[in-house]
Every structure is written in C-alpha cells, then in structure tokens.
Write a protein that binds this ligand. Sequence first.
Ligand code: UT7
Length: 311
Amino acid sequence: MSGVKIRGTGRGLPRGVLTNGQLAQRVDTDGQWIFSRTGIQERRICAGETHAELSAAAARGAMERAGISPEDIGVCIVATVTPDTLVPSAACTLQKTLGLSHDTLCFDLNAACTGFLYALHTAECLLAAAPGKFGLVVGADLISRLLDWSDRGTCILFGDGAGAAVVEWRAEWPSIGAVLGCAGNGEVLRCPARDGHLSMEGRRVFKFALEAAPWCIDQVLARQGITAEEVDFFVFHQANARIIDLAASKYHIPPEKYRKNIQRFGNTSAASIPILLSELEEDGSLRSGSRALLVGFGGGLTWGGCLVEFA
Ligand code: UT7
C-alpha cells in the first residue's frame, strides 16, 4: 500500500472570453446548436497569454493551497500537446519560473485529453523513489493554437487553460489505482506535429467516449472494491455535456456528486480535470478526506480513471 493524495490544486485561465454568439459571427454555426449539442456557452481563448504563464499561475495556486515551497517539489510533470516550445519543455520552463530545485525531475507528457491522469499515475510511481518530496502535476493546453477556425466541427468545442495539483506520497496511503489505456488511432482525432490543424470525426469520438468512460468507472470501482455510491465525487473530462450526463446516468450518479464547467470553459484538453478539481476544492465540495473518481478520455486514443483522495 503506497500512494499519493492531493494537497492542493490551482488553475490558470486566459482573460478573453469567446461566446457562442461571437463564434457564430466567424463560422457557419449558431449558439443554440452549440449549447444543445455540447453544453458549451463560452470558452476562454488566449490573446497574448502564453502556455508558460497559465501553467505557472495554476502551479502557484496549487503550491499555495498545499502550503509548500518550490524546494519541496521532487517531480514536475506537465501534461500537454501545446507547449510554447518543444525544448525547453513546459516542465523545464516551469522549473525556472517557479525556482524548483535543480534535482527536480521535470518533463512533459503527451496523452492528449487523458494527460493529467497519465501524469498523476506517473508522479505516484516516481515519488515512491523520492520519499519526502512532493509532486507537481500540471495539465495545460492552448488548443486554440491548433484550430482551423473555419471548421465548425472542431472550433466550437475547445478552450484554453491550465490546472495543477500538488500531490504527496506516503508509504501508508493507498494507491490511486489508475487504470490507463490506449488504442492508437490517427483517423478519428489527429494533430500534426508541424503545420496543420486538429481534425476530428466528432461522431466517432463521441461513440468512443461513451464506451471509454463507463469502462474506466467499472475498472476503478472493481480495483478499489467499492460501489459508485461510496465515491464522494465524480470528475469527468469536460468534452461534451451529453457524454458526461449519459455516463453519470448509467451509474445513477446524483447531480450533487458530479459537476460540469464545460459551459464556461469548453473542452480544455489535459487541463479540464485539474481546472474542475480546483473549482471544487475552492468551493468546499472537495476537502480533506474526500475521494474523487477521475475519468478521462481523448486523443491517441487514450483513456484513464483513478480514485484520488484529498489529504
Ligand atoms: O476531448 C475529446 C475530444 N473530442 C470529443 O469528445 C468530441 C466528441 N464529439 C462531439 O462532441 C460531437 O460529435 C460534436 C459536438 C463534435 C458534433 O455533434 P454531433 O451531434 O455528433 O453532430 P454531427 O457531427 O453528427 O452532425 C450533425 C449535424 C450535421 O448536419 P446534417 O449532416 O445532419 O445536416 C452537421 O453538419 O450538425 C451539423 N453540424 C453543425 N451545425 C451547426 C456540425 N457541427 C455544427 C455546428 N453548428 N458547429
């Protein structure tokens, strides 16, 4: 038995708001269609803010809530597909900005929208080898950088943002028991490494997500030996309100046990789960002892789930 718990969370969001109405002036769509098919009303889009700035804001917030200093961090992982630069990585840039110690393990991780879950699991494994140190796990994406603003099938969905969690590892704490998976597929969702835009077959991704989310929940519950009723809160990747509501209804999860912020932020990729976690911690929904079941899915294709407790 050994694992991590969350000590504190934070978020960084661009100031600029892009409403459905404003989008409808740029591309052939209408606000009501977007809201009824996705649950999105508006999203934040960077206008000058960088990936590094949003990530640093999220990380500082998480460290402040955790009550720790930069030298306490032993592992810093940034889950992202949209860093400012490939080298230095977003995590190395964060090391400099935050003044993390030179012996901190810093690297980026690409698992698209499931990135935060992959990173949380990786941090848990690595911290076992660095007892006494904390992990800084960031999910940050500026998907607006990859969008074709004339493609109404994709540009309506995404927003920019960053979220972060500081985690602590202890030998006597249970593992988050992450279940993670991948089925390589470059047809239904693709972002070229150079020049080009994100492309997606929305209906196929939707169908994949409807299978992946319950699979993750089933696996996490089985691994932890608990029922859905014993989970305090479900935190879903904010991809589409219909996907989230359908998954929640399958397990009869009451509305007070899962929350959506997709109406305000759209799909922020790797940032969506930690942004929501930080809102839930801030409003007191998640506090010491709360156990949240996290569910992610997205490009790769990738998926994952885990049960994480707040310290
Ligand atoms: O983070 C993980 C990554 N992505 C996702 O999770 C996305 C999952 N997929 C989705 O959320 C949905 O598939 C979308 C929101 C992208 C699309 O919704 P949909 O209900 O699956 O629409 P559709 O693609 O099946 O299209 C239905 C109709 C089509 O018109 P016709 O052929 O029936 O006349 C589309 O041309 O809606 C039309 N349409 C639009 N109309 C207005 C597609 N996009 C739009 C739009 N505005 N933005």
